[in-house]
Design a protein around this ligand. Structure first.
Ligand SMILES: C[S@@+](CC[C@H](N)C(=O)[O-])C[C@H]1O[C@@H](n2cnc3c(N)ncnc32)[C@H](O)[C@@H]1O
Length: 296
C-alpha cells in the first residue's frame, strides 16, 4: 500500500497580500490555497507538498517579500503530516455519525442501525457532506429539533429547500424525517450528480428535486417558493449576502437552518438576518462551527 509523506506550510498575512504570499509559497509546494480567517481581516495561506521543503530558502523568500511590501515578516509554520495510506483510507470510508435521531453511514457500514434512529445512507464521493463536519452535524441536530413541532406540506408550495446541497445529506434528512419532497440546489454540477445518487440509495428518487444553479436565482428554486424550511450550509459571507433573498423565499413563520460559519463569524451572520426581519431562535455550536436557526 502506498504511503504519502506530506508536508504543510502555513502563514497568516493581511488580505491584500495573500495572493503575493500564495505565489511565493506556491513556488515551493505542490498545491497552495488561501482562506479568509475573519471578515475583512487576515488570511491563511496554506500549501502542501510531497517531500520536505527547503525551509531556509522558503523563509528567505517570505522575508524578502515581507520587506518589499513593508510589513512584518509573517511567522512560517512548517509541519510534517502523519503519513496517510490513501488507498485503505478511501475504502474505510467514514465512521457512522449520530446527530439527534439521524444515523449517517456509508454503504460500507456493516453494523446495525440503532433502533429508533433515522438512517441516512450517504456516499459523499466527490461532494461535501457525510455528517462528520461540525457544520453538517449542527444542521442535522437543528432539523431533528425542528421536526418535533414543525409541519411541512406533502405537496404544493410551502415545502423545503436545501441551498448548497453537496452530497444531499440535509435534503435526505428532511425528505426522510418529514416524508416530503425537497428542492435541492448546488452551484457545483458534481454535487447535483452525487445528490441524485444518494437520493436513489435512500429510496428517495422523485422526492429530491435537484438542479445545478447559483443560489436563489436557480429556476427550480423560484418555481417552488415560498418555503417553510430552508437549509443552507454554505459559508458566512454568502449566507449574509443571500439574507434578503432568503427572506423573500421564506414563508411567514418559516425557519432557516444556516451553517458553514465559524463561531466568531456568527455575530455578522445574525445581524445580516436581523436586518431582514429574521429572528434568531436557536444556535448550535459544534466544535469551532455554529449552526443558527432563524425564523421569519
Ligand atoms: C459546505 S457544503 C454543504 C453540503 C451539505 N449541504 C452539508 O450540509 O453537508 C456547501 C455547498 O454549497 C455549495 N454552494 C456554494 N455556493 C453556492 C451557491 N451560490 N449556490 C448554490 N450552491 C452553492 C457548494 O458547492 C457546496 O456543495
Amino acid at each position: 500500500m502506498s504511503q504519502t509523506p506530506l508536508w504543510r506550510i502555513a502563514l497568516v498575512v493581511p488580505e491584500a497580500h495573500a495572493p503575493a504570499f500564495a505565489e511565493a509559497v506556491g513556488d515551493h509546494a505542490d498545491a497552495v490555497s488561501t482562506f479568509e480567517l475573519e471578515e475583512g481581516g487576515e488570511w491563511l495561506v496554506e500549501a502542501t507538498l510531497y517531500g520536505a521543503p527547503d525551509e531556509t530558502r522558503l523563509q528567505s523568500r517570505v522575508a524578502v517579500l515581507a520587506k518589499a511590501l513593508g510589513i512584518d515578516e509573517p511567522r512560517l509554520a512548517v509541519e510534517n503530516l502523519p503519513p496517510i495510506d490513501w488507498v485503505s483510507h478511501s475504502y474505510q470510508g467514514f465512521p457512522p455519525i449520530r446527530a439527534g435521531r439521524f444515523f449517517v453511514h456509508g454503504s460500507h457500514h456493516e453494523g446495525t442501525i440503532p433502533a429508533g434512529s433515522i438512517s441516512l445512507l450517504v456516499d459523499a464521493a466527490t461532494a461535501f457532506g457525510t455528517g462528520e463536519h461540525g457544520s453538517t452535524n449542527g444542521c442535522l441536530q437543528a432539523l431533528d429539533r425542528l421536526s418535533r413541532h414543525l409541519k411541512l406540506p406533502r405537496r404544493g408550495r410551502g415545502g423545503a429547500l436545501d441551498m448548497g446541497c453537496g452530497s444531499g445529506i440535509l435534503a435526505l434528512a428532511v425528505a426522510k424525517r418529514w416524508r416530503v419532497p425537497v428542492t435541492a440546489v448546488d452551484i457545483d454540477p458534481e454535487a447535483v450528480r452525487v445528490t441524485r445518487v444518494n437520493a436513489a440509495l435512500n429510496g428517495l428518487t422523485g422526492r429530491i428535486r435537484s438542479q445545478g444553479g447559483d443560489g436563489y436565482n436557480t429556476r427550480i428554486v423560484s418555481r417552488h417558493k415560498p418555503y417553510t424550511l430552508v437549509t443552507a450550509n454554505i459559508l458566512a459571507r454568502p449566507l449574509s449576502r443571500m439574507a434578503p433573498q432568503l427572506r423573500r423565499h421564506l414563508k411567514k413563520g418559516g425557519y432557516a437552518v444556516l451553517a458553514g460559519l465559524l463561531n466568531r463569524q456568527e455575530r455578522h451572520v445574525i445581524q445580516a438576518h436581523r436586518n431582514q426581519g429574521l429572528r434568531l431562535v436557536a444556535r448550535i455550536p459544534v466544535g469551532e462551527w455554529t449552526t443558527l436557526v432563524v425564523r421569519r
